[in-house]
Design a binder for this molecule. Structure first.
Ligand code: ASP
Ligand code: MG
Length: 419
């Protein structure tokens, strides 16, 4: 019986509940209630559950107490425990409420990954077992964030990986939608914690979401959104503890184009500026090669050259990479007479994201003008099809977000679904 035939297609929904949603038994009972109400509506529910509260962090801390760099295999096997606790407890709660359910670890749910511990990729999902249990009317609870490698080892999918488990299952089961339940109402035009005028978005496209997420709006795991885009899985992000419709995430083609959707702020960055007065052209290439070897991810690069051949370049790195960067640059500076660099840690990156940026002339001009009129210095800027990013002084970061939010009238933007 092919369950993704049209007849059954819309019966399966995949839900995912994050750690804060299952933080204690009382919260788990609320989650159980949510699952049950879908079941009562005739849906077949597959719920992917994260570890309770801060369990994963606590397990990590325990491991570090006994080992500076815990063996990867043991670490993954340890971290996978958190989700095992939450699925089993939740299954027991559902059972006491009279709803048959079964909890499945990643391998029991057929999630096969490569062998890269702590950041494994899902290679395929064998859905047989899940379908078997759904068919008998059970609610299926799946441990998020874990799978099994070909060698039979338990792997984990990177922090926040339960999102990926949910999206992958929704794709393979051809689910009607994948609902991500969390402790926020959805995606906002800006971070609502430091900006009161921020508005909840009803719709956002995968690409816009990816830009916002990779710019520090940490609501969903980036890889999970990428997989959702690839397989066109409709996503909705909602608050577990509220009745709200949340934010729907779907393909660009289904949404009205909009100039600016939202603004993200990233303060965890540092700006590096290099002056090279030597005449060697190889230097910069060298630097980036060495940084790549150190796995440093470079954002926004601005190169300047003066008429006398001196070269300068500046770029951004995430501040967790700063140590590796200074190690590489110190080494170069000690060997080369005419090579100097400086680090500015008091910078922030503001990213303005919207599917209509490329097709709306004058958007960058509006950004520049708004910042100039408000005496905000711009250290560097970069634009892409759907993003304008600028680097500004860190102490002016929130002000800058507010200025741009007003300049583009984000408080009032309404967007429609067109397909
Ligand atoms: N428990 C894992 C983590 O804390 C996976 C998840 O919650 O999505 O990263
Ligand atoms: Mg998460």
């Amino acid at each position: 019986m092919p369950v993704n035939s049209t007849k059954n297609k819309n019966k399966i929904i995949v839900q995912k509940y994050g750690g804060t949603s299952v933080g204690d038994i009382e919260k788990m009972k609320i989650v159980a209630g949510r699952i049950i109400s879908e079941r009562d509506r005739g849906k077949q529910v597959v719920a992917v559950i994260s570890a309770m509260g801060k369990t994963t962090d606590e397990l990590l801390a325990l491991a570090r107490q006994v080992h500076k760099t815990p063996p990867a295999r043991e670490m993954d096997l340890l971290l996978s425990v958190g989700e095992q606790i939450s699925i089993t407890l939740l299954s027991m709660i559902l059972n006491t409420l009279g709803y048959p359910s079964i909890s499945l670890l990643g391998y029991q749910a057929g999630i096969r990954t490569d062998g890269q511990f702590s950041n494994a990729r899902i290679e395929n999902v064998d859905k047989k077992n899940i379908l078997k249990h759904l068919k008998t009317g059970k609610i299926v609870l799946v441990a998020g964030f874990q799978g099994i490698s070909r060698e039979g080892e338990i792997t984990t999918l990177g922090r926040g990986g339960s999102d990926l488990t949910a999206v992958a299952l929704a794709a393979i089961l051809n689910a009607d939608r994948c609902e991500i339940y969390t402790d926020v109402d959805g995606i906002f035009t800006a971070d609502p914690r430091d900006f009161k005028k921020a508005r909840l978005l009803s719709f956002i496209s995968y690409s816009e979401m990816l830009e916002l997420a990779s710019e520090g709006a940490q609501i969903m795991q980036t890889r999970a959104v990428e997989v959702a885009r690839k397989y066109n899985v409709p996503l909705v992000i909602r608050n577990t503890f509220k009745k709200n419709s949340g934010t729907w995430i779907m393909g660009d083609e289904k949404l009205e184009k909009i100039v600016i959707t939202g603004i993200a702020l990233d303060k965890q960055i540092d700006q590096i500026r290099i002056n090279d007065y030597s005449k060697e052209t190889e230097n910069f290439l060298n630097i980036f090669g060495k940084l790549a070897e150190e796995n440093v991810n470079i954002k926004i690069i601005v190169q300047g050259a003066s008429s006398n051949g001196n070269k300068s370049i500046s770029f951004l790195v995430s501040n967790e990479n700063l140590d590796s960067v200074t190690r590489v640059l110190d080494e170069l500076q000690s060997r080369r007479k005419n090579f100097f660099y400086e680090v500015d840690q008091d910078v922030a990156k503001i990213s303005i994201v919207g599917s209509g940026i490329a097709s709306t002339p004058g958007t960058a001009y509006r950004v520049f003008r708004a910042l100039l009129e408000n005496q905000i210095p711009i250290y560097s800027i970069s634009t892409s099809e759907i993003k304008i990013a600028c680097v500004v002084p860190e102490d002016l970061a929130e002000t800058t977000v507010a200025i741009l939010h007003d300049a583009f009238g984000l408080e009032h933007v309404k967007r429609r679904k067109i397909a």
